[in-house]
Design a protein around this ligand. Structure first.
Ligand code: AMP
Ligand code: MG
Length: 516
């Protein structure tokens, strides 16, 4: 198992003079800290696609050293483990220093696909662990591992997951914050991203008035991740911020297309590269409801519900703009950057409507066609994924509400929208008759935009239940399905089916909390 490392974060950004996990305020970008070894590490799953990015294959995964390194029990030459420092707005409020409390980066691997930071999540305490243990439980680690890779296969920018290792050590968790903690199996996921820097990485030095660190972070991220902008002074900075805005807009559009709800879009969970980051209390929309959030911590205000994700992204970018203000002599370029979010979102939303409906291009009137349909999905309690998949297979001229009966969760609700849905189908048929795409092209376009399989909350919960009972094979089975999410896979109908009744109010399926 050989990987070459080049740790630019440590070389280019200021570090904490103290090493080790003593909890403290840190006036720097990172702290050196080693992972805490796990007592009995066991490799439960790994992703061949992610491994290939850093030059690893099945023979490496079979090597006991692979498991030891990815559990935090061994450090390869060139690795210099560190925890990153950052702050963030949590649920709209400035929370001060947060940092990697349960994540430890091992190094920046030089792979065929560029630079990949390898980061263990759940490998022990760091200076940023505050009152917590730096550990992660098996259930949330399975969720992060599976969803990161599924997101990639769905074509949405995301951090990746290389491996999932059980630690053999129990972790104490109060799953519902009800004062009844229980022991759960612990695990470590190894995540990968070109960079894990977040909006909060800039916010913390800005709040502290540390302009030198703001500058250093900006130069660093431009040099390695926006190389065409590096060294271009104020114009480069302006264009860089605008690109962060655009990437964020397209990422959120990807989420909206497949019905993903991040669940905790705090600014410390917003990647500066526009990657889906920090899979915690996320969920997938099943019966379509734009007000739905899977996060029980957010159940009251529902700040992070499905339908508000674009607005929240904009709010978060506005906080980033505030943090960057000291680097700009006048605020106009930052305002222009935020405008680029608005125009990118507008374009992305039209693109997603056109793709989900199988239209060559989105005309102005098509947005109303699309939003009217979403209203019917909500009122008829239709499964978001199943409905669009069905829509791509039928002839709307010949279809009526009955065509979609199997996609609804509630027969009376379905009956109530039957007439309106019938009328909508006729509108849609008329629109298709006036579209340049031929039927086979339209079908393909819709198949690619409307996945057949998404890692539904209850599907992942089934995998978790089995794994907690000692059978981890479900992880690989679901990952295998998610490799080709848009292709119907005979014999795998279970993974494309509607949420079963047992999952409606089951913890882990409809109710999740932060920081498990
Ligand atoms: P999250 O809700 O996962 O984005 O976490 C918010 C903050 O809490 C981050 O600084 C995390 O590193 C920290 N945190 C969450 N869970 C733990 C844990 N089990 N141990 C230490 N720090 C944690
Ligand atoms: Mg986080």
């Amino acid at each position: 198992m050989h990987i070459e490392f080049d740790n630019t974060v440590l070389r280019e950004l200021p570090g904490d003079p103290e090493a080790g996990p003593r909890v403290r305020e840190v006036d720097a970008a990172w702290s050196r800290v080693d992972p805490e070894p796990a007592p009995a590490p066991r490799l439960l799953a790994w992703s061949p696609e992610a491994a290939a990015l850093v030059g690893l294959d099945a023979s490496d995964a079979a090597d006991p050293l692979f498991t030891r390194v990815l559990a935090g029990n061994a450090v390869l030459p060139g690795m210099q483990p560190w925890a990153a420092n950052y702050g963030g707005h949590q649920f709209g409020h400035w929370a001060g220093q947060l940092g990697d409390g349960r994540a430890i980066s091992l190094g920046e691997a030089i792979g065929s696909g560029g630079r990949w930071e390898l980061q263990l999540k759940g490998a022990g305490r760091t200076p940023y662990s505050r009152f917590a243990d730096g550990r992660a439980v098996l259930r949330s680690s399975i969720r992060e591992f599976l969803c990161s890779e599924a997101m990639h296969h769905l074509g949405i920018p995301t951090t990746r997951a290389l491996s999932l290792v059980a630690t053999g050590e129990p972790v104490l968790r109060d799953m519902f914050y009800d004062g009844r903690p229980g022991e759960e199996p612990g695990a470590v996921v190894c995540r990968m991203a070109p960079s894990f820097l977040r909006f909060g990485s800039w916010q913390l030095p800005a709040m502290r008035g540390d302009i030198a660190l703001l500058r250093a972070l900006t130069d660093h991220v431009q040099r390695h991740h926006f190389p065409d902008l590096a060294g271009h002074g104020a114009a480069g900075d302006a264009e860089w911020f605008a690109r962060v805005c655009e990437r964020t807009a397209w990422m959120v559009a990807g989420w909206m297309r497949v019905g993903f709800v991040h669940g905790v879009m705090n600014t410390d969970n917003m990647s500066i590269l526009g990657l889906t980051l920090d899979y915690g209390p996320y969920g997938w929309i099943e019966d379509y409801d734009p007000d739905w959030t899977p996060n029980t911590t957010d159940a009251h205000g529902r700040r992070y519900r499905y339908g508000t994700q674009p607005q929240v992204a904009f709010w978060n970018l506005s906080r980033l703009a505030q943090a960057l203000a000291p680097l700009f002599s006048d605020p106009a370029p930052l305002e222009a950057g935020l405008q680029r979010f608005a125009s990118a979102w507008n374009e992305a939303e039209r693109d997603l409507a056109a793709r989900k409906l199988g239209l060559a291009h989105c005309r102005d009137a098509d947005m109303a066609l699309f939003t009217d349909l979403l209203g019917l999905l909500r009122d008829g309690q239709f499964d978001f994924t199943l409905f669009f998949r069905t829509l791509g297979r039928i002839d709307p001229q010949a279809a009526d509400a009955d065509t979609f009966a199997a996609a609804s969760y509630d027969a009376p609700a379905h009956r109530r929208v039957a007439d309106a849905l019938g009328q909508w189908l006729q509108r849609y048929a008329a629109r298709l008759a006036d579209d340049p795409l031929a039927l086979p092209q339209r079908r393909t376009r819709m198949e690619l935009a409307n996945p057949c399989y998404v890692p539904r909350n209850w599907l992942v919960q089934e995998v978790i239940d089995r794994a907690e009972a000692g059978d981890a094979s479900g992880i690989g089975e679901l990952l295998e399905v998610m490799r080709r999410p848009c292709e119907e896979q005979p014999g795998r109908e279970h993974f494309a089916s509607r949420r079963p009744e047992w999952a409606r109010d089951r913890a882990g399926c409809s109710m999740l909390s932060c920081s498990s």
